[in-house]
Each structure stands twice: as structure tokens, then as C-alpha cells.
Write a protein that binds this ligand. Structure first.
Ligand code: HEM
Length: 187
């Protein structure tokens, strides 16, 4: 996992619970406290340990941690990468760009270690189908991020998972539907 995501886990804990909780996070994870290079790919086990550590300091189960992380990710991402959101212009525009965003993120030194985890297998105006395959099993995060993306762009839509790696499927199959702009309030 790229250091950018590891840093976001650490920052979520710091923003919600304070600096002292970050020490507990690394202790729970069994890792030395550190800052990650955003564009370097670190071992997946390190991310998994950090995420388990975050669950422990928040005292929540994995699904609640994924929902919280998705919210944090979508709060910070437009602040950190405004141009990506501007260029995407719509929920569909952002979802369609995921593989390119991810592929272009790692530093050249890490490019050889990069593997696509989110791929688009169908792209039509009204829906996009994603395959997600990862040892990190963040399909709940993916779905929450997709839902928040619809909200961010003021759109209606639906997100559902039709098969899941956690149930033994070769990949998670996630369908995102685009139903157009939300009605203005009071209309
Ligand atoms: C500004 C937009 C975005 C940026 C900068 C970004 C960046 C990243 C980066 C750097 C990673 C680490 C990838 C790796 O190490 O393999 C990642 C992972 C991930 N991203 Fe994005 N992303 C963006 C948008 C999205 C969107 C819109 C979704 C879903 C709707 C998404 C879903 C995911 C998921 C599920 C992972 C975890 C992959 C794993 O299992 O390790 N991302 N993202």
C-alpha cells in the first residue's frame, strides 16, 4: 500500500483522538512510529497492522473502521487534490479515473511494485462495474467512498456489491449506478 494511505490512517487517528492516540496506534500495530513517503509502496502487512491498530484505538469493528476511513478519505482528498476533483467534474468522472489515479501515484522507484487493485470492467453512461482484488479487503471502504463521491457531486445513484472476495469470490464485483443530479431542496 502506498504511504499516502498509511499516512491518512495515522492522520485520521490524530485528528479524531489526538497525538497521544497515534503512539497507541503504532504500539497496537507493533510498528515503530514513523511518517510514510506518500508515493512509495510499503508492504501490505504494514497497512493491515496499522488498520487493525486504528480499530483498536477507536474500539470499533472492521466495518465501522472502514466507514470512518472512507469519510476521512473523502474529506481530505478534495483538500489535497482539488484538481483531480475539478477535472473529474462528476461522480462518474472520478470513478472512471480511479485506475489512472492509482497507477500514476507511485514514485518511479516504486512503479515496478505497483499492481492494479481496482479495475473497470464495464463503463456505460448509467453505470460502471469495478473489480476489486486486494489482500487488504477494503471493499466496504470502496463502496462508502463511491457513495460519498455521489454526494460530493450532488448526484443520486446506487452502489452495490454483487460478489465478494471475503466469501471466496476471485474478486469483489461492485456496481455503481448514476441516476442524475439530486433535486434541489424545496423544488
Ligand atoms: C483523489 C482521488 C484519489 C486518490 C488520490 C487516490 C489515491 C489512492 C492511493 C495512492 C491508493 C494506494 C494504492 C495502492 O497502494 O495500491 C489508493 C487505494 C485505494 N483507493 Fe484510491 N484514490 C482516489 C480515489 C479513489 C476513489 C474515488 C475510490 C473508490 C470509489 C478509491 C478506492 C480505493 C481503494 C478501495 C483503495 C485500497 C486498495 C487496496 O486494497 O490496497 N480511490 N487510493
Amino acid at each position: 500500500m502506498m504511504g499516502h494511505i498509511n499516512n491518512l490512517v495515522v492522520e485520521m487517528v490524530r485528528d479524531s483522538l489526538g497525538a497521544e492516540a497515534v503512539d497507541r496506534l503504532f504500539a497496537e500495530a507493533g510498528l515503530e512510529a514513523r511518517r510514510y513517503q506518500p508515493e512509495v509502496i510499503y508492504p501490505e502487512e504494514e497497512f493491515q497492522a496499522l488498520f487493525r491498530g486504528a480499530q483498536a484505538v477507536f474500539g470499533v469493528a472492521a466495518d465501522a473502521a472502514e466507514e470512518a476511513f472512507a469519510g476521512y478519505f473523502m474529506k481530505r482528498s478534495p483538500e489535497m487534490f482539488p484538481a483531480i476533483f475539478e477535472q473529474a467534474g462528476s461522480a462518474r468522472g472520478l470513478i472512471e479515473r480511479i485506475p489512472t489515479i492509482h497507477r500514476n501515484f507511485p514514485a518511479s522507484a516504486s512503479q515496478g511494485d505497483y499492481r492494479d487493485k481496482v479495475v473497470i470492467t464495464e463503463s456505460r453512461p448509467e453505470r460502471i462495474v469495478l473489480h476489486y482484488m486486494s489482500p487488504n479487503q477494503l471493499c466496504e471502504t470502496l463502496q462508502h467512498v463511491a457513495k460519498i463521491t455521489l454526494d460530493y457531486f450532488g448526484e443520486r445513484g446506487a452502489v452495490r456489491e454483487t460478489s465478494c472476495q471475503k466469501d471466496g469470490a476471485p474478486h469483489c464485483n461492485i456496481v455503481v449506478e448514476f441516476h442524475g443530479a439530486k433535486e434541489p431542496v424545496g423544488a
